[in-house]
Design a protein around this ligand. Sequence first.
Ligand code: FES
Length: 79
Amino acid sequence: MLMGPSLEELMRPRKVCLCRGVSRADLRRAMEEGATTLAQLQRKTLAGTGCGSCLLEVIRILHEYLEEQKKNSLFEGLS
Ligand code: FES
């Protein structure tokens, strides 16, 4: 299912990781392609591999994605 960015996403700064130029959309894409641990996400996008100041935000976005996936799996097959 393709969905555009939410209003909240549009209001956030474009780059999550300034050192590596990684956006929230880049992180989202990497997670959808299977990078579901911090190490995998860093390997795939390089986010958080410079100064490290974005790490908490990267982790927060990863957590948010995993929670969303968990919720979706709970409702799979119910509609
Ligand atoms: S801002 Fe992400 S590593 Fe520096």
